[in-house]
Design a protein around this ligand. Structure first.
Ligand SMILES: NC(=O)c1ccc[n+]([C@@H]2O[C@H](COP(=O)([O-])OP(=O)(O)OC[C@H]3O[C@@H](n4cnc5c(N)ncnc54)[C@H](O)[C@@H]3O)[C@@H](O)[C@H]2O)c1
Length: 184
């Protein structure tokens, strides 16, 4: 069975962990905030997209949240979902990604697939992970992978805008993922 480690259990990571549980994978969530992990392990979700009933089903399927990064050593897939709020200059602050990549690098086993969901600059993913991974698969280059992600985000934003228009919901003042995280 594939074992998945999701690093960062917020608006992106927790729904992803739920879907991995639903797909029958063994899932561990890592979050540096002990109140987040304690709350999740006691069955209380802080993310609106994941209900307490969803979380109970996840816990029944073996999901556990942890501040301890040692389960990363067992993961066959590691997905980084830590925040990238905007810094004072309006650029994504990648310090959380840097910390998560460093914790992962200390424990990564050969063959583990690493996925960066956190928003980052073009080419920055390669800088973080070049020293961790001996091979990058699927995409022709990190730039290609990042462009694919950019396209995916563009489609999602267009779909959200279309749905808001259909429902006559006013557009928020700022709505890029980075700003969303920074404003939260
Ligand atoms: N790729 C995509 O399609 C997509 C979609 C939406 C959001 N995002 C991006 O995903 C990232 C996460 O967004 P979010 O809204 O889930 O953030 P969030 O603030 O809701 O949650 C992040 C969680 O990560 C934890 N965390 C921070 N640093 C950590 C570390 N070093 N180790 C372990 N846990 C850590 C925090 O305690 C928090 O619980 C952002 O960069 C966002 O832009 C990507």
């Amino acid at each position: 069975m594939n074992s998945v480690a999701v690093i960062g259990l917020g608006y992106t990571g927790l729904p992803l962990a739920r879907e991995a549980c639903r797909a029958g994978m063994r899932v561990t969530g890592i979050d540096e905030n002990p109140s987040v992990t304690a709350s999740l392990n006691s069955g209380h979700s802080h993310v609106p997209d994941v209900t307490d009933a969803d979380l109970t089903a996840m816990l029944d399927a073996g999901f556990r949240a942890s501040v301890d990064e040692s389960p990363l050593a067992e993961a066959s897939v590691a997905v980084i979902c830590v925040p990238t709020p905007l810094d004072g200059a309006g650029r994504p602050d990648l310090s959380h990604v840097r910390r998560a990549a460093s914790g992962l690098g200390d424990r990564l086993k050969p063959g583990t697939l690493v996925v960066l969901e956190s928003t980052s600059f073009p080419a920055s993913a390669a800088d973080f992970f070049r020293h961790l991974c001996d091979r990058v698969v699927e995409a022709g280059s990190a730039r290609g992978a990042e462009l694919a992600k950019l396209l995916e985000n563009t489609y999602r934003n267009v779909n959200i805008a279309a749905e808001r228009r259909r429902r006559h919901v006013p557009r928020p003042r700022s709505w890029t993922p980075g700003r969303r995280a920074a404003n939260r």
